[in-house]
Design a protein around this ligand. Structure first.
Ligand code: GLA
Length: 676
């Protein structure tokens, strides 16, 4: 369980699946508020996040605290039975604070100080920012901790979204302190950073700077440590506020909203400090794989919370405003994607935002109440989704369990994507997606896991491009396989240690014996370049892209090999038994069909199958005793269920055959369980 020792998080006391979104009443005259709350009742909204960007309204000038307007909002919420996720309002410091202390403003990698006038214009290391944020959070919690509407605290907002790193002098000093804590001696730092190279040796801590814009590649370990430090500094901002809340109220969950696959903040480290893990998810409606993208984010969030229910904190009811071109969600797509998120463990659906803004940079972002008002498709779909969530009451608190996991470690992510590599365009989320795709298409629930964590609940672990592995992770994997696990890793894995130093003696050094292979030299492939693949798992026209390498099997069985070219006959996919388990190694990125065959083989080896007979374009996932079935096709599907189920979303009664329209969703409960 990914939780701090001895910390039992307080539950979210809503009693039903959450439904609602960010509510920004401070953008509207008070006459509108009453209408807002009666519309919320109409839509079945029971939770709104209030005050995320209200700092300047709450503290309009130095020393002032003017929360009376918020009193009135919370009273209205109470009167209408709507609960509140109270924001600490610290994501956008007010103009007076910046004028008083311009050193709060962040500085980018080029040394340019960023100005006031958008949001998140603060240096995460700034003591003045942290102090002012803690003071505001304290005032708010003191005033409202007993308020009957408040059920949860929402700290800051999307930490690092716009300013993940700051390179100012305050940050530089903080970076030095952080490095002293990590290395203790300057010699230890010199060793870790490999400063014998290019005359980079340091004699004194004060000589060290953040990796600012430099003539060429900055020291890789310096970059890696700066990524670690920057994630920790933002986490410190969150924790400072968290502590100030806990000093007054420990009865409600405290959270901050994460951002899908967001590289700057280490999700494993951060999620230990969330009472409930919450996520913002904005897949692009132009993307034909939007359902897959959405599912992958849901599975990540569930995994970050150790499998417990989580909460979708934000999504767009329709279009966003921040891509270059912003498509609306198609009719029915809000319901389709939202309910699938619930199937993957979310205890509710929240959006950004309740009422569409009339001014400001987000005025073209969709909302539950669009500019045009209630006579709109979006509003009708919003009301319908509220009804559906109400019908899914029995699902609340149940869990989604996976037997397959994909390896994800932020340290590896940062290190893998550093410059000066054999292939500098490897992107971890894209690589994970390649393996997630066939699992999603086969309706196999998948977790994400850190390779240092307990792997024993998984039958299959897939670790694409695990370039950086600690000794602990490397050994943990060997024990996992020894104990009967099936493990697949790929090219450019187990190459370096946490200092980004090569593990010498043939790649992937710590796993060579387990995999019964050795790699001598890399041959990365240019964009568009492929190698042909043959062997028992190949189809006619199988290819590999991105990478190839000079690999020798040292006892492993070859399932795919390269045909033609300089590496003709060299193994591309191998498998070897080890202990009670087996290790697969893949030296290239196969085309989608071949990869799907490989994943099919792994699933067959481990006897993992979907909850219902598989049908193309139909997503099935089990949560508790319920099976969520979503038809992502543009045609009707008929599914033979094999036993009697009742759909919580329909009035059809028990059925053994399910018919679903395009974008249709059913939530099946075994009929004999109902009313038990
Ligand atoms: C993020 C932020 C919100 C809003 C939305 C717009 O999720 O948290 O404040 O800006 O994006 O999509």
């Amino acid at each position: 369980m990914n939780q701090r020792n001895n910390h039992v998080p307080p539950p979210l006391k809503l009693g039903s699946l959450a439904y609602g979104g960010d509510y920004n009443p401070d953008q509207w005259p008070e006459e509108i508020w009453k209408e807002d709350f009666s519309l919320m009742q109409e839509a079945g909204v029971n939770l709104v996040t209030v005050g995320v960007f209200s700092w300047a309204k709450l503290q309009p000038r130095p020393g002032a605290f003017e929360p009376e307007w918020l009193d009135r909002v919370l009273e209205l919420a109470s009167a209408h039975g709507v609960s509140v996720d109270l924001a600490t309002a610290t994501a956008s410091p007010p103009a007076w604070l910046i004028r008083q202390h311009p050193e709060i403003l962040p500085v980018d990698v080029n040394g340019v100080q960023l100005g006031f006038g958008s949001r998140q214009h603060y240096c995460p290391s700034s003591p003045l920012y942290r102090e002012a944020a803690v003071q505001l959070a304290t005032e708010l919690v003191r005033r409202y901790h007993d308020h009957p509407a408040v059920v949860m605290y929402h700290v800051g907002n999307e930490y690092g979204c716009h300013v993940p790193q700051c390179y100012c002098e305050i940050s530089a000093a903080s970076f030095r302190r952080w490095l002293k804590g990590r290395y203790e001696s300057i010699e230890a730092l010199n060793h870790a950073w490999g400063t014998a190279f290019w005359s980079q040796r340091y004699d004194d801590w004060d000589e060290i700077e953040p990796p600012r814009r430099a003539p060429t590649f900055p020291n890789p370990t310096q970059q890696l440590d700066f990524a670690r430090f920057s994630s920790d500094e933002l986490l410190e901002c969150f924790l400072a506020e968290r502590r100030s809340i806990e000093a007054i109220d420990t009865s409600k969950p405290i959270t901050t909203n994460f951002m899908a696959f967001f590289r700057p903040t280490d999700g494993w480290k951060w999620s230990k400090h969330q009472d409930i893990v919450t996520m913002d998810s904005y897949p692009d409606p132009f993307d034909s794989e939007i359902a897959l993208q959405s599912a992958m984010v849901a599975d990540l969030t569930r995994s970050l919370g150790g499998g417990r229910p989580w909460l979708l904190m934000e999504q767009a009811p329709s279009a966003v405003n921040w891509r270059q071109i912003n498509a609306p969600k198609a009719p029915g797509q809000l319901r389709e994607l939202s309910l699938a998120m619930v199937g993957r463990g979310s205890d509710g659906i929240l959006t950004f935002q309740w009422r569409a803004s009339a001014a400001g940079a987000e005025k073209f972002h969709s909302a539950m109440v669009p500019h045009v008002g209630q006579n709109s498709r979006v509003w009708r779909e919003v009301v319908e989704l509220g009804r559906d969530l109400h019908a899914l009451q029995p699902v609340l608190g149940t869990q989604t369990v996976a037997r397959v996991a994909l390896a994800l470690d932020w340290n590896n992510w940062w290190a893998l994507e550093l410059d000066s590599h054999p292939h500098s365009e490897l992107r971890l989320p894209e690589l994970l997606l390649q393996f997630y795709r066939p699992l999603f298409e086969a309706s196999i629930a998948t977790d994400f896991v850190h390779l240092e964590d307990d792997l024993s609940s998984y039958d299959l672990v897939i670790a694409p491009c695990s370039y950086l592995v600690s000794d602990t992770a490397a050994t943990n994997v060997v024990h996992y396989v020894e104990g009967g696990g099936t493990f697949l890793t790929t090219f450019f894995s187990a190459i370096v240690d946490p200092n980004d130093h090569i593990r010498l003696g043939g790649y992937p050094a710590p796993w060579r014996e387990m995999l019964a292979i050795s790699v001598e030299e890399f041959s990365p492939l240019e964009k568009g370049q492929t190698v042909s693949l043959g062997g028992i798992l190949a189809h006619s026209g199988s290819t590999g892209s991105t990478w190839s390498e000079n690999l020798t099997a040292q006892g492993a069985t070859t399932l795919l090999h390269i045909t033609g070219g300089d590496l003709h006959g060299v193994p591309a996919l191998t498998v070897a038994p080890y202990g009670d388990g087996q290790g697969y190694y893949l030296s290239t990125l196969p085309d989608a069909q071949t990869l799907s065959t490989i994943v099919g083989q792994l699933l067959a080896d481990t006897k993992i199958s979907p909850p219902l007979p598989h049908q193309r374009g139909v997503e099935t996932i089990t949560r508790g005793e319920f099976i969520f079935v979503t038809n992502h096709n543009s045609h009707y599907v008929t599914i033979e269920l094999g036993q009697s189920y009742t759909d919580l979303l329909s009035t059809n009664g028990p059925q053994t055959t399910l018919e679903l329209p395009p974008r249709g969703v059913a939530v099946l409960q075994p009929t004999n369980q109902r009313g038990a």
